[in-house]
Write a protein that binds this ligand. Structure first.
Ligand code: DMJ
Length: 591
């Protein structure tokens, strides 16, 4: 039932399935349409299977799931129509005033960031209508361009659409390469670390400061570009950065192995601060160590080593637990003074998905437990607010360092464990089944149990010390990204239900007449009489990642599990899926 590409694809090759493929039984007996969205049946990965083996769905469950999937698609179309009507070809639509804005070079960021979602949602006519615009994009603009954003949104968008479009649209690959050629001079620094901003006309940088997230998030895209074009230069630039990071030491301002601080100097090739973060300014650098390893199908052990080093240091130094709760906190950390912060941001909520994927790929079972605890925290931040939407940042000052021996145990349970230590007469309390009501013990992941009447537990009381910093919701994807990945790995329906609640809140609070808006204050209630005023709490901003990521991950959460399977695709940090394939490393690097 899996697709054979219509054009020959050189290095995505052969062989039979190693393990049992994830099972999805189509609701009707009609033959399943062949589709690139199911990946290539011939790809034989050397890595462990990532996705859960899903059992066949009962019919009523399929009906509900499909209804939810269609609802998400309808929402995407609503926003897309607004963008098309008022801002087509511009970077963004302002969803309240219906005016365009161009923060990303004016090359049509929403349009390009939406390409892979259009194909995944099978909105092929919309996709085809964009194609004539592609060749007209002119990258020679006299303004400062973000190298990072151009790579993840544009380059990632072009290449993913090229593959999902079965490599029929050469203009997509040509544009990807043209853009990369414009950006290459930004990598000509003494360290090889790219500039943060680059002016393609002046051919010069804005300054020499950059971020670890920016230098560590070019690898997937540049490796892919070398693979697709056969030109090794892009992959070589990316690998040089990875090698540079791998060889950094104390003399560069690295205080703890694997915990790269956020600020960097491209000229000196050293860190400018000591704060390490898995959220803003750090995030995707860590994400890409693991994803490079998976993209290269485990052929480069360096990537796994660097990932494991970062995660081990993160668990040892940064991770915090909230006594009496199953919540985990991952705040930034001062690696020089060994001091933790109390806050966490929404951006950090991609970490549960990354840890879950790393756990199955690299056989790190503890990381799955941490992933679940962090995801509970991220979901809690949605479920506990008036709008059902998460704030941008939150703080929990009363935490203790993560300890797998005490995490997720109540005070009473810990006291019983100590009693047992002193009293030979007692039975080990961990062998005693917890009674109903021992609120913080999480259930084990169950076999797929499809239910149309699934009831999520009521949201727990907030920890005493919790407070929100930035109360905006910016349509960010990270929590639904982790829900999607966790669902595909565990098969636990709970993650779909959490995602559905979030979707309903987006519909309720963010929808505007033309599209979707960010939210000013997730805690703000509607006042009496406000009922008709939809805009009372909305901000006139709709980032492109709503289309590239938030709606895509929600749509895939409610799709059959073999649609864009994690065993066939790897997502770049902007949720553009790249086909996993066999790589000929020498072909790229020894030309
Ligand atoms: C996206 O542009 C990418 O996911 C990036 O890695 C950081 N976060 C935004 C969305 O929040």
């Amino acid at each position: 039932m899996l697709t054979t590409p219509t054009k020959e694809i050189p290095v995505a090759v052969v062989a039979t399935e190693k393990k049992k493929a994830p099972v999805y039984t189509a609701p009707t007996k009609a033959p399943v349409k062949q589709s690139i969205l199911l990946g290539f049946g011939g790809f034989l990965s050397k890595l462990p299977q990532i996705q859960h083996n899903f059992s066949p769905e009962p019919r009523e469950y399929t009906i509900q799931r499909e209804a939810r999937r269609n609802a998400v698609k309808t929402s995407f179309i609503h926003g897309w129509t607004g963008y098309k009507t008022y801002a087509m070809g511009h970077d963004e639509l302002k969803p309240l005033t219906n005016r365009p804005s161009d923060p990303f070079g004016g090359w049509g960021a929403t349009m390009i960031d939406s390409l892979s979602t259009l194909l995944i949602m099978e909105l092929n006519d919309e996709y085809a209508r964009i194609m004539p615009r592609i060749s007209k994009i002119n990258f020679k603009v006299d303004e400062d361009i973000s190298v990072f954003e151009s790579i993840i949104r544009y380059l990632g968008g072009f290449m993913s659409a090229y593959e999902l479009g079965e490599r029929k649209q050469d203009s997509l690959l040509q544009k990807a390469e043209k853009l990369a050629i414009e950006l290459l001079p930004a990598f000509d620094t003494p360290s090889g670390l790219p500039h943060h901003l680059w002016n393609p006309v002046q051919n010069k940088p804005n300054n020499r400061e950059t971020l670890i997230a920016e230098v560590g998030t070019v690898q997937l895209e540049f490796m892919m570009l070398s693979q697709l074009t056969g030109n090794p230069i892009y992959g070589q630039k990316a690998q040089a950065i990875t090698d540079f990071l791998d060889n950094m030491g104390y003399e560069h301002g690295l205080y703890i192995k694997g915990l790269y601080p956020t600020a960097m100097d491209t000229h000196q090739g050293r860190f400018k601060n000591a704060i390490s973060s898995f959220g803003a300014m750090g995030d995707s650098a860590f994400e890409y160590f693991l994803k490079e390893y998976i993209l290269m199908d485990g052929r480069v052990p360096q990537y796994a080593r660097m990932y494991i080093q970062s995660i081990n240091s993160m668990k040892k130094h940064m991770l915090r637990q909230v006594p009496g709760y199953d919540l985990l906190l991952l705040p930034p950390y001062d690696t020089q003074h060994m001091q933790h912060r109390n806050s966490m941001d929404h951006l950090t909520c991609f970490v549960p998905g990354m840890l879950a994927m790393g756990s199955v790929t690299l056989n790190e079972p503890e990381d799955m437990e941490i992933a679940k605890g962090l995801l509970e925290t991220c979901v809690f931040m949605y479920r506990t607010t008036e709008t059902g939407l998460s704030p941008e940042t939150w703080s929990i000052p009363k935490t203790v360092p993560y300890n797998p021996l005490t995490y997720n145990k109540t005070k009473t349970q810990l006291a019983k464990l100590r009693d047992w230590w002193y009293n030979d007469e007692l039975i080990n309390p961990l062998l005693v089944q917890p009674k109903n009501g021992s609120e913080t013990v999480r259930e084990e992941t169950k076999e797929t149990e499809y239910s149309t009447k699934y009831q999520l537990p009521p949201v727990k009381q907030r920890p005493d010390s919790l407070y929100f910093g930035d109360k905006r919701y910016l349509l960010r994807p990270e929590t639904v990204e982790s829900l999607f990945i966790m669902y595909r790995i565990t098969g636990d329906q709970k993650y779909q239900e959490y995602g559905w609640e979030i979707y309903e809140s987006i519909e309720k609070w963010c929808k505007t007449k033309s599209a979707y808006a960010s939210i000013r204050n997730v805690e703000r209630k509607r006042e009496d009489g406000d009922e008709e005023d939809e805009e009372f709490n909305q901000i006139d901003s709709m980032e492109t990642f709503l289309f590239a990521e938030t709606f895509k991950y929600l749509y895939l959460l409610f799709s059959p599990p073999d649609v864009i399977s994690l065993d066939k695709f790897i997502f770049n940090t902007e949720a553009h899926p790249f086909l996993r394939k066999q790589w000929n490393w020498d072909r790229i690097f020894k030309k």
